[in-house]
Design a protein around this ligand. Structure first.
Ligand SMILES: C[S@@+](CC[C@H](N)C(=O)[O-])C[C@H]1O[C@@H](n2cnc3c(N)ncnc32)[C@H](O)[C@@H]1O
Length: 231
């Protein structure tokens, strides 16, 4: 697994609290020692070192996917649609290494923080929209190379399928499925099986991995759109 351009392992030292990645055990990532980092203005009080800001995989599903070595296909500079942006923790890191980055969030409350993150990131476009209604932002969002999704809502696979219309043919879906958002009473493994079956209605699933120890009962998924996707 290679990290995209603009994402690297950086040693933050004492103040940066380099705890390393549990997957590696010794603070050494695939690409070197230290912690996952991008370069940009800090957003959520994360440790910094010059231009570098630590990307905390415990606070980011995409960060966890990278830290766990999933083959995201990211190279850097991709046009990106991010669903479930919240206050901008993860999407700000994405905007640090990606191209135009459209950030969809339907809750008004975190919008202020998300707007703050856009100030130093002219490529980050916040959209106060419901990811279940892509028609409401289809006039703004261009075709994208990557669809990142982290929406804590029921029907996560359906949301991904509804938004596959924005993905280029050779694009990638990077999805985090939260079992408890689908059904708190069922075993996460069963929830993931059903969600993947649903997802296959519009995507070919390339890789899956549980995001523990960073996020309990979450499944990371890498997929690509299929031409015959239906809803
Ligand atoms: C787990 S949080 C996202 C955290 C964020 N991805 C990060 O790493 O910084 C899930 C977010 O999805 C948002 N969300 C849930 N359903 C949504 C929908 N239908 N459309 C847009 N946002 C939604 C919630 O408001 C919440 O902010």
């Amino acid at each position: 697994m290679t990290l995209p351009d603009g994402v690297e392992y950086h040693v933050f030292g004492d103040s940066g609290d380099d705890e390393g990645d549990e997957s590696e055990g010794d603070g050494t990532g695939d690409d070197g020692p230290g912690s996952l980092a991008t370069r940009g203005e800090p957003v959520y009080g994360e440790p910094t070192d010059g231009e570098y800001r630590r990307w905390d995989p415990h606070r980011s599903k995409l960060g966890a996917m990278l830290a766990l070595g999933m083959d995201t296909g990211l190279a850097g500079a991709e046009t990106t649609l991010y669903l479930g942006a919240a206050a901008g923790t993860t999407v700000s890191h994405v905007a640090d290494f990606a191209g135009p980055t459209y950030a969809v969030e339907f809750a008004a409350r975190p919008m202020g923080d998300l707007l703050d993150a856009t100030e130093s990131r002219p490529n980050l476009v916040p959209l106060l929209k419901d990811a279940r209604k892509p028609a409401t932002y289809a006039h703004v969002v261009e075709p994208v190379d990557v669809l990142v999704q982290d929406v804590a809502t029921r029907g996560q696979a359906r949301v991904a399928r509804l938004n596959s219309q924005f993905l280029r043919e050779d694009g990638r879906l990077l999805l985090a499925i939260k079992a408890r958002s689908e059904d708190v009473t069922r075993a996460p493994a069963d929830v993931f099986d059903d969600a993947l079956d649903d997802l296959r209605g519009g995507y070919e699933v390339l890789e899956t991995e549980r995001l523990s120890p960073y996020h309990d009962d979450h499944l990371g998924v890498v997929a690509r759109p299929t031409a015959d996707g239906t809803l």
